[in-house]
Ligand binder design. Structure first.
Ligand code: 13P
Length: 337
């Protein structure tokens, strides 16, 4: 029981009102896509420079409660030799860690994938906790198509996620479960709503069966919106209504909190949609943002790998974090282009 009290404390630190979580947990391979925006090659030095810029940005602790790291980053330090974990903790920001090992195709189920990473997970998590991580993330990917997702894909991912969540909690780490229903596609918002509801219902059935303590768990969800290739893009009000309907039908009351991924939405759109969701008033769970691309993209554009641009890039980070913080509180009033 004592262990779970620790988990609840971490959840309430992460879900503080007016704050959100920065996802800076790109794997070393995926970091290539971010560094490309700054016109930089994907080299360890550039990855470290970028993370140092993020974690040392002035005042971010006003808007960020947590940061999700990747294995390599969790072990890295600033140029002055201060471990990133210490930098974050000193600012009251909770360090987290992505622990899944990416996806593999499911044989016999075209265009569907299952997330890897259960082998040796217990040992890895024990080490991550010792280094200073207090929460973890596991991402599953759900693609919408003519005949997908199949129940096999949803169930296989849900039960692996439940096993991961159990192992995380046993190690004193809050699990963040992230079944991402992909934004790319030509599907309508109605289809996205149906698929997301089904995905979340399948996930929570598995989590309950495995007796995962839902109070010590955070759901990281996609917003419900029409695919990026659909002829009609969803308005913030439509997104908010569909997303909250989905949660009410599928997320148990006792879940510790819900955070959103940005999923390829523009930074402004991700903020506007969060604001629309907050406008519906208080929900059964605390809800906030946990964006990667929608926060980091303007920072990379401003930085371009030049030391003299670091202050400007850090300002871009602070600005985006602040806009999302305002939206989380329902106080975002738009911004200039
Ligand atoms: P995006 O906000 O870029 O979708 O990333 C969030 C995340 O954590 C993906 O796993």
């Amino acid at each position: 029981m004592e262990k779970n009290e620790t988990l609840y404390t971490t959840v309430s630190q992460l879900m503080q009102s007016g704050k959100g979580i920065l996802a800076a947990d790109e794997s070393d391979a995926t970091a290539a896509k971010r560094l490309e925006i700054a016109n930089l090659p994907n080299q360890p030095g550039n990855r470290q420079d970028f993370r140092e810029l993020l974690f040392t940005a002035p005042e971010i602790e006003e808007y960020l409660s947590g940061v999700i790291l990747y294995d390599t980053t969790l072990r890295e330090s600033t140029d002055q030799g201060v471990p990133f974990v210490d930098v974050l903790v000193a600012r009251g920001i909770v360090p987290g860690i992505k622990v899944d090992l990416g996806t593999k195709p499911i044989p016999g189920f075209p265009n569907e994938v299952v997330t890897q990473g259960l082998d040796g997970l217990d040992d890895r998590l024990r080490e991550y906790h010792a280094i200073g991580a207090r929460f973890t993330k596991w991402r599953a990917v759900v693609t919408i198509g003519e005949t997908i997702p199949t129940d096999v894909c949803l169930e296989l991912n849900a039960y692996r996620m439940a096993e991961y969540a159990l192992i995380a909690q046993a190690n004193g780490l809050v699990p963040m479960v992230e079944p991402e229903v992909l934004f790319p596609g030509t599907h309508s918002i109605d289809v996205a709503e149906e698929v997301t509801t089904h995905t979340l219902n399948t996930l929570f059935t598995a989590l309950k069966k495995y007796k995962v303590d839902l109070k010590g768990l955070i759901l990281k969800s996609s917003m419900v919106l029409a695919g990026d290739g659909h002829k009609e893009q969803s308005s913030p009000e439509e997104v908010a209504a569909a997303t909250l309907r989905t949660f009410k039908l599928s997320v148990p009351r006792d879940v510790g909190g819900i955070v959103f991924l940005s999923g390829g939405q523009t930074p402004k759109r991700a903020t506007e949609n969060l604001q629309a969701i907050a406008s519906f008033g208080k929900q059964q769970w605390p809800i906030t943002f946990s964006y990667s691309r929608a926060i980091q993209e303007p920072v990379l554009v401003a930085w371009q790998g030049r030391p003299e641009n670091i202050p400007l890039a850090q300002k871009a980070l602070l600005y985006r974090a602040k806009m999302n913080s305002l939206a989380q509180l329902g106080n975002y009033e738009g911004e200039k282009e």
